[in-house]
Write a protein of this length. Structure first.
Length: 285
């Protein structure tokens, strides 16, 4: 199992917030109902101490919104780490008969990265800027997206190979190039994601509940539209494929029966593609 490295980053809003806030403690390598309280015990204790001032409910609401938003960040980051590692691992050795399914898997992995960065640039970073400044992360997106676009170009070649593999004019399978490019992408992505997670946990309590509430409304609308366009079963089952059993017991917040339906239909219709997902050991990292 991977270990979490401690990082410290510049607090660009320190002058506006001279009083420290209690950091949110989430171990991304050990997410389960036993380790994550969606009601946030720190927030609850703060609420109790402020009861006499009649503002306890405000802090409780902030805690609930904060944990939900932060868990969403951690979970999508976990999906990105795992799916892109799988792309890099499989690209060189995937058999000809499975290459069409691999291209679909790899493209979805890049699509989610592209979508996630769009959500951050358009929604998350702007709304959080007065409280948590992610400017450094935003600058890092440029190099990551350059590699992402190179990955898309390689997948076009891979798709052309699949479409014309019985033809003498079919391009060679670009497995080595895909593995190298996506592997480098993962190398840049890991510390980048860690930075965002650290900043969100250290300073997230500065933002009022209304900020998190507004973000949740906007992100839910955006994600639902994207999932409908891609196909609800395909996109939903792809996401669930990259989270462990313990993680899925916490996130996403949906009934187990609904989640099980997504997973069953996903394996039924897209099993050959989902098979490229992480092993049980890889789900720990």
């Amino acid at each position: 199992m991977a270990t979490q490295t401690e990082h410290t980053y510049t607090d660009r809003n320190a002058e506006k917030f001279p009083d420290p806030v209690e950091p949110l403690d989430i171990d991304k390598y050990n997410i389960s109902p036993a380790t994550v309280n969606m009601k946030d015990p720190v927030g609850e204790s703060m609420s109790q101490s402020l009861m006499a001032q009649s503002i306890a409910c405000k802090f409780s609401h902030v805690s609930l919104q904060l944990v939900a938003s932060t868990m969403g960040l951690f979970m999508i980051h976990g999906l990105l780490r795992r799916s892109l590692r799988c792309v890099a691992r499989h690209a060189r050795t995937v058999e000809p008969a499975r290459r069409a399914a691999f291209v679909a898997y790899a493209k979805m992995s890049l699509d989610i990265l592209h979508s996630h960065h769009g959500h951050e640039e358009d929604l998350w970073f702007p709304i959080m800027k007065p409280y948590v400044d992610f400017e450094e992360s935003s600058h890092e997106h440029e190099e990551i997206e350059r590699l992402m676009l190179s990955g898309y170009d390689l997948l076009k070649t891979a798709q052309a190979h699949v479409d014309a593999r019985k033809s003498a004019t079919a391009p060679a399978w670009p497995g080595e190039e895909i593995s190298t490019t996506v592997g480098r992408l993962v190398e840049l992505l890991i510390p980048h994601l860690q930075k965002e997670e650290t900043l969100a946990c250290l300073y997230g309590r500065r933002a009022p509940a209304s900020v998190y509430h507004e973000f949740e409304k906007q992100i839910e609308k955006a994600v639902n539209a994207e999932m409908k366009e891609a196909g609800m079963v395909w996109s939903g089952s792809f996401q669930l494929r990259h989270w462990s059993k313990n993680e899925k017991a916490v996130w996403p917040p949906m009934p187990a029966l609904v989640r099980g339906g997504f997973e069953f239909l996903g394996w039924l219709f897209y099993g050959k593609t989902l098979a490229f997902g992480p092993t049980a050991e890889e789900l720990k990292n």
